[in-house]
Design a protein around this ligand. Structure first.
Ligand code: HEM
Length: 415
């Protein structure tokens, strides 16, 4: 079934393709007010939007802001520090700047080395991905959103130093979602009771991490953090930051990528044994889904952004979703504009630290799907539902089953 067109709100979509309509539905289910407000700014490179801030929709200007550390900061009114400092403490990368920030990033670097990342992703103790392959190959219909959620939960367990039992995975994911679900773009911070709740949830989630840190076992991430010279406070802040930044993004992206590949007839190419082709399709998927749809900065000193004057204390909202999607719909064969390339992971000193882990997680799921399809079938998408009230737009469920390649309909003919 094709997604319903929203009356009025998405009128400009006209005769849009299924991929575009589904993406629109996923975005609007998560942010029914903020998403249309951000998108309405997309035809102006920079525009001031009441209650939201100075919205940037041009990739080159976005990069200028992200690289201009004299005028723009992640610390200050309207910046991520407003949201996260009360919950995570003052020194957790995403609310730091300058030499201290650079030093902490350098210290944490080894945690994202190719070897460390492989270990984290392969420590899927509950066997989520082998189970996904087996069930698909056996002709069952699986919920890809649930499988990716469980896999992301297993990675969190690895980070906090917990054995990934089913229960631990479920409660780790629920904890992460409770906290991120409180964030709304039009509110600059969390309420006092939200902060108290978020801290309590995080305290429970990171209790095993604290124990692993104190035990100093280098087989655990918190134990390695201690070896790398982090204080207990820094290590717990980093674990909290990783859980909050690195969980929903993956949970959001992988099912959306598979859905887009299905809707555009790209599934076989995405799962083919061709690393270059897969990389292009994944990057193009990131460009059109933009799992982190916006980046926030606080203005440190008066200047102008793309000709719009801004004063100290103003909030700049980089509408990454507008910057990245300006080039059009999903097309891995189209060369990517250098201004846009990787902007979905940010730019400058705060560029996503977890990118290697993100790419490894995506690859692990695609490998599991490719293994299921190795007998000649193609995974096709059945029923799907967008998630409501989440910070990162995602599918709540996405049914996937294997069909004979010859019986799969024309590209774009969703379901
Ligand atoms: C597809 C998945 C992901 C996307 C699209 C993504 C996107 C981003 C973006 C756009 C930023 C920069 C924000 C800004 O400058 O305001 C960022 C920062 C960050 N990301 Fe990711 N991310 C992803 C996955 C992950 C994962 C798996 C982790 C794992 C721990 C992670 C950890 C971080 C951290 C720690 C930062 C803060 C870096 C700093 O401030 O120095 N991310 N991410």
């Amino acid at each position: 079934m094709a997604p319903a067109r929203k009356r009025g709100g998405a009128a400009d979509l006209g005769a849009a393709s299924p991929e575009v309509l589904w993406e629109e539905q996923v975005q609007r289910a998560a942010h029914p007010l903020a998403y249309p407000a951000l998108r309405s700014a997309r035809n102006r490179p920079v525009v001031r939007v009441p209650r939201i801030g100075v919205v940037v929709s041009d990739a080159a200007i976005a990069r200028e802001v992200l690289l201009d550390l004299d005028h723009f900061s992640k610390v200050g009114p309207g910046a991520p520090s407003d949201l996260w400092t009360p919950v995570l403490g003052p020194s957790v990368l995403l609310n730091m700047e300058g030499a201290e920030h650079a030093a902490l990033r350098r210290t944490l670097g080894p945690l994202f080395s190719p070897r460390a990342v492989r270990q984290l992703v392969s420590a899927d103790g509950v066997g989520v991905l082998p189970d996904l392959t087996r069930r698909l190959a056996a002709g069952e219909t699986v919920d890809l959103a649930a499988a990716v959620t469980a896999q992301a939960g297993a990675v969190i367990c690895g980070m906090v130093g917990l054995p990934p039992t089913d229960d631990a995975v479920r409660s780790a994911m629920a904890a992460a979602q409770t906290i991120t679900g409180m964030v709304r773009l039009h509110r600059h911070g969390l309420t006092r009771s939200q902060v108290a709740q978020a801290r309590a949830v995080l305290e429970r989630l990171t209790a095993p991490a604290r124990a692993a840190y104190r035990a100093g076992d280098p087989a655990t991430v918190p134990g390695r953090m201690r070896d790398l010279g982090l204080s207990e406070r820094e290590a717990m802040g980093a674990v909290g930051a990783f859980v909050l930044t690195g969980t929903e993004t993956i949970q959001s992206f992988v099912p959306r990528l598979v859905a887009i590949a299905h809707d555009t007839g790209w599934t076989s190419r995405l799962l083919a044994d061709d690393p270059q082709l897969r990389r292009r399709a994944v990057e193009e998927g990131l460009r059109v889904t933009v799992p982190t749809p916006a980046m926030l900065r606080s203005v440190r000193a008066g200047t102008s952004v793309g000709g719009v004057p801004v004063a100290a204390g103003d909030r700049v909202v980089i509408a990454t979703v507008n910057c990245c999607r300006a080039a059009g719909g999903f097309d891995p064969d189209r060369p990517v504009d250098p201004a846009v390339r990787h902007l979905w992971f940010g730019a400058g000193p705060h560029f996503c630290l977890g990118m290697p882990l993100a790419m490894a997680q995506v690859d692990a799921v695609l490998d599991a799907l490719a293994a299921a399809a190795s007998g000649g079938g193609v995974p096709v998408v059945g029923r799907r539902r967008a998630a409501r009230g989440v910070l990162v737009p995602s599918y709540r469920s996405l049914a996937l089953s294997l069909r004979d390649e010859s019986s799969v309909a024309t590209p774009g003919a969703a379901e």
